[in-house]
Design a protein around this ligand. Structure first.
Ligand code: SAH
Length: 506
């Protein structure tokens, strides 16, 4: 039986501009066929086992011809697959969606079109340029700028187009800018009409050049302004100063490598991206079961009622603890009267998801802060359980024992170096593509440095943003020089500290 093909608009760049329907079909897809304009993070919406086929089309390097792409879609659909054909922007705006849907129709293969945000409108909007405006434009047209200049008869009716429409947006026009502007002026568009180029619109590397129809071709040549860009002509361009919102964000243009685990990175990435940063998630660690087994933790769980206090020093510890509890058919009620301490707000939140409120959360989210906050509650002789990582520091158990507590540590998980990003990280560093690296634990620092050994001479150019003083100390001990330390030891604090640093160094 035939499958189905979804011709899906991926939006212009910012992967969050994908439609909900687009995300739904990506989740279902057996095969994803994608272009080079689509952000590769879109592929993360697909199942890990979905087949992902790159058919990228840059002007000069056709990885697969259009006929080849169509043949591929037919073949995959005939084999019964759910196929998502992901295209930059909107599939029907110079996306050759027409040819692909016709071919599918002729072959009797079911297909659907899922529109996307076209760069013609989206890239302009991210540059603070509205394509229509009550004061400045009551019409707009989207035009190809890719016409062969040697072609005798242009299919563009320059005589009509040049002045009939208020806002003109040319796609694929960077190369032909001299010709386009010449035609516009020859057919009556004033040379002083505002005009703008927006390159890589909606992406953190977005660049905008504002000029006039008369001089933009020359300015673009001087600045070596490159594709892909939209070319916008019209009075709406002059609205940009009052509508700019994206490229004025505090972290705009900053390239940040986020080294947290796969599970934890997205929340930090989102905070940084909301401030305009460009984030690359390169987990350097992953969380694994304890090196021996869960015996110690399981035994502790069997004797849970004996403990006066349970101390959690990370969300990973909370997760592992409650997973083991659930495996025994138990839940939060098994904790009985034991009091709870959490090292910070994220760990306290993790407890809250199990219906538990921490009795102690220190003001400073670190072992030292936790000890200080716990001290007043201890008289000596309390039995304390700390389910935590194998490689954690001894500060907390040591100081608690000195206070007379009976401290039991059990390994709930271990942190392992993740090497899948080694090549990618080295390449990014070697190409000077990383400005900041976020590190949220000392083990993340160790594993990051292990992974990037071969590019270690590039690390002087990189700023290490640390979640707290212990992680920062580890960076210093390792000889790193550019170090930022959050003053609140949370991801929000880390984000704030990067923001303050950027504002001060700009
Ligand atoms: N279907 C796409 C257009 C494909 S043609 C859409 O609806 O956006 C490719 C051209 O689109 C590029 O040459 C460039 O002019 C424009 N383009 C695509 N993405 C862009 C982006 N993020 N920023 C600026 N221009 C972009």
């Amino acid at each position: 039986m035939n499958g189905i093909v979804y011709l899906t608009g991926a939006g212009p760049g910012d992967y969050r501009l994908l439609t909900l329907k687009g995300r739904d079909v990506l989740k279902e897809a057996d095969v994803v066929v994608y272009d080079y304009l689509a952000d590769e993070r879109l592929l993360d919406f697909a199942r890990p086992d979905a087949e992902k086929i790159y058919v990228g089309k840059k002007a000069a390097d056709h990885t697969l011809s259009q006929e080849g792409i169509i043949a591929l879609l037919l073949e995959k659909a005939r084999a019964g697959n759910i196929v998502v054909r992901l295209k930059g922007g909107d599939p029907f705006v110079f996306g050759r969606g027409g040819e692909e849907s016709r071919a599918l129709h002729d072959a009797g293969i079911p297909f659907e079109i899922i529109p996307g945000v076209t760069s013609a409108i989206g890239a302009a909007a991210y540059a603070g340029i509205p394509v229509t405006d009550r004061t400045a434009a009551s019409s707009f047209a989207v035009v190809t700028g890719h016409e062969d200049p040697t072609k005798k008869e242009s299919s563009i009716r320059w005589d009509k187009l040049a002045t009939a429409v208020d806002t003109l947006v040319f796609l694929m026009g960077v190369h032909n800018l001299p010709l386009i502007t010449k035609e516009l002026m020859a057919h009556g568009r004033a040379a002083d009409t505002p005009a703008a180029l927006v390159r890589w619109g909606t992406k953190p590397i977005q660049e905008t050049l504002v000029a006039t129809v008369g001089d933009i071709a020359q300015k673009a040549a001087e600045q070596q302004f490159k594709a892909p860009a939209i070319f916008v002509v019209g009075d709406v361009v002059s609205l940009r100063p009052s509508m700019q919102w994206f490229d004025t964000k505090p972290l705009f243009g900053l390239r940040i490598a986020v080294t947290r685990t796969h599970a934890q990175a997205p929340a930090l990435t989102r905070q940084l991206e909301n401030l305009g940063a460009s984030c690359i998630e390169v987990p350097t660690i992953r969380i694994e079961p304890p090196s021996d087994d869960y015996a110690a933790l399981d035994t502790a769980i069997d004797r849970l009622t004996e403990y006066d206090w349970l101390i959690f020093t990370s969300t990973n510890g909370v997760d592992a603890f409650f997973r083991r509890l659930a495996l025994k058919g138990l839940d939060s009620r098994a904790l009985g009267q034991a009091k709870l301490a959490a090292i910070g707000s994220a760990t306290a939140d993790a407890l809250l998801t199990h219906g538990l409120t921490a009795d102690v959360v220190p003001r400073a989210y670190c072992a030292e802060g936790l000890f200080e906050a716990l001290s007043p509650h201890l008289r000596g002789g309390e039995k304390i359980l700390i389910p935590r990582a194998k490689e954690a520091r001894s500060f907390l158990p040591d100081t608690l024992r000195r206070k007379g507590a009976d401290v039991e540590i059990c390994e709930a998980y271990q942190t392992i170096g993740a090497s899948e990003n080694k090549e990618r990280l080295e390449k990014l560093l070697t190409d000077g593509q990383i400005d900041v690296v976020t590190v949220t634990s000392s083990s993340a620092v160790h594993h990051f440095l292990d992974l990037t050994q071969d590019a270690s001479d590039k690390l002087d150019a990189v700023t290490f943003a640390c979640i707290g003083p212990i992680t920062a100390q580890t960076c210093r001990e390792k000889g790193l020089t550019q170090i930022l330390t959050a003053s609140t030891y949370t991801t929000a604090g880390l984000t704030d500290c990067i923001k303050d640093w950027r504002l001060n160094t700009r």
